[in-house]
Design a binder for this molecule. Structure first.
Ligand code: ATP
Length: 388
């Protein structure tokens, strides 16, 4: 168990690729931090720098207050589990688990004790005699984790460890990892591009894009109070709808024009929006902030259905967006589609016009360059904040 500090950490590869901008994050002792972001955003680079497989271009990494940059990987006391975990095929599960300890020349009795303890924690006792070829994907993954755990490392790094598993198994192993982390109270950094994993697993989530930390905080805080368009559009499935909208003066106040319809912004945003009156902004609406409902009281929009995905307990309606929509990077989508999460109900054929009530309390606004307007609270950059 240990505290990990990244201080102004940066990495530019020899070919000039700027993989990581200055990263300043402290991972608390016993914390499970998830780093999430699209492919190539620098997630693995952070882990590789921490493990000592890459050298930093700038900044420092401290474990329990001491810089580790001068230490070779084997002295950093860090264990890493990769996406392509390779178990030794000719060795039994028991020997695979024991291997790191044998390499470290630990006494036989210690090895047996540690292997037994890890097998207990990861529910591998029945499998100790088996060879990797006789294991399921989830079991192999547990052995790979066991092999990392058996050394009782100070810090545990997981790099997309579930990518090779089918979705059902992913959910199961994800829950096991969360339970394991709680039980061992180990410091873990978990890298994924899957925002569902990030939302469900982390005490805190760090969202990374193009080598730059966008926001860090408790998962629900990031979902409810994204600091920019990228975080808003990256977390959530389907993602937040981001539509161009105009702010205009209305009875001495400010209102939002979305296509042919008008919306009254929530009280929490009004003051901040005054400054942008007369401008085009990005309006953010989560799919669950739209419900079927008609006219009275305003705050409704009219859209044309394009397609419906029926999921049993709910359905996702895809409708023609009333204005230009963009993705989390600000790239306009063609055609612009509005996603709406609805309870299951009678089919809505393509071409049907429906009226949607907008829960304006859950509206978000972003400047044209994607910064959140009137965000409730700025996240502390560090600190071990959780939802509970
Ligand atoms: P993925 O989810 O696809 O694994 P990632 O977020 O983990 O991606 P990194 O592997 O950290 O991304 O890579 C960050 C950037 O650095 C990418 O643009 C990648 O192409 C580049 N990169 C990684 N390793 C090297 C290297 N050895 N030399 C040059 N560029 C590299």
């Amino acid at each position: 168990m240990a505290q990990v500090e990244f201080r102004g950490l940066g990495k530019t590869f020899a070919d000039g690729t700027p993989a990581l901008q200055e990263l300043d994050v402290t991972v608390a002792d016993g914390e499970l931090l998830v780093i999430v972001g699209p492919s190539g955003c620098g997630k693995s680079t952070i882990l590789r720098l921490l493990a000592g497989f890459e050298s930093a271009s700038r900044g420092d990494i401290l474990i329990d207050g001491r810089s580790v940059l001068a230490q070779p990987p084997q002295e950093r006391d860090i264990a890493m589990v990769f996406q392509n975990y390779a178990l030794y095929p000719h060795m039994s599960v028991r020997d695979n688990l024991a291997f790191p300890l044998r390499m470290a020349k630990r006494p036989r009795a210690v090895i047996d004790k540690q292997v037994h303890a890890v097998a207990e924690v990861l529910d591998l006792k029945e499998l100790l005699r088996k060879k990797p070829s006789e294991l399921s994907g989830g079991q192999s993954q547990r052995v790979a984790m066991g092999r990392a755990l058996v050394r009782e490392p100070k810090v545990f790094l997981l790099d997309e460890p579930l990518s090779n598993l089918d979705p059902r198994l992913r959910g199961q192993v994800r829950a096991e990892i969360a339970a394991l982390q709680r039980r061992l109270n180990s410091t873990m950094i978990y890298v994924t591009h899957d925002q569902v994993e990030a939302m469900t697993l982390g005490h805190r989530v760090a969202v990374l894009n193009k080598g730059e930390l966008q926001q860090i905080g408790a998962p629900q805080t990031l979902y409810d109070q994204p600091c920019n368009r990228f975080v808003a559009g990256f977390l959530g499935s389907p993602p937040m709808n981001l539509c161009e909208a105009q702010l205009y003066r209305h009875r001495g106040d400010v209102a939002v024009r979305l296509g042919d319809d008008s919306l009254a912004p929530p009280a929490r945003l009004r003051q901040a929006l005054q400054r942008y009156r007369g401008n085009t902004v990005l309006l953010g609406m989560r799919p669950e902030a739209l419900t079927l409902g008609s006219g009275e009281g305003g705050n409704t929009i009219s859209v044309t259905c394009l397609a419906e995905e029926r999921l049993g307990h709910e359905r996702l309606l895809h409708a023609a967006a009333p204005s230009t929509t963009v993705d989390c990077n600000g790239v306009p989508q063609s055609p612009g589609i509005l996603s709406i999460r609805l309870p299951s109900g009678p089919a809505m054929p393509a071409g049907t016009t429906v009226s949607l009530r907008v829960d304006v309390e859950r509206l978000y606004c972003f400047t044209p360059i994607g910064k959140a307007i009137g965000r409730l609270a700025d996240e502390p950059p560090n600190g071990f904040e959780t939802d509970s």
